[in-house]
Design a protein around this ligand. Structure first.
Ligand code: FE2
Length: 88
């Protein structure tokens, strides 16, 4: 499992630190996912890291949003060592 610091470094590769609203979204998504994991008795770190990086491609595609999510898996699989467990 990657650490929060490692996930943030990956996010920085694809997202400008000047886009404060984007970073707020990343961090709030982590917090929400941690809360949901706690509520459902799941792994808070795992769910939190998924929330944190779920829009990792945003800085690459924000001018062409139709690609949003399409590039996330490629970026994620290149940099992340998250388990392949799915959240349903
Ligand atoms: Fe999002």
């Amino acid at each position: 499992m990657i650490s929060q610091e490692e996930a943030i470094e990956i996010l920085k590769k694809y997202n400008s630190p000047d886009d404060v609203s984007d970073w707020n979204h990343f961090m709030m998504s982590e917090a929400v996912m941690r809360g949901l994991a706690r509520h459902f008795g799941e792994d808070e770190n795992y769910w939190g890291m998924l929330g944190l990086v779920h829009d990792v491609d945003w800085g690459l595609v924000k001018e062409n949003v139709i690609e949003h999510g399409v590039r996330t898996p490629a970026v994620s699989y290149t940099h992340l060592t998250l388990p392949t467990k799915r959240i349903v």
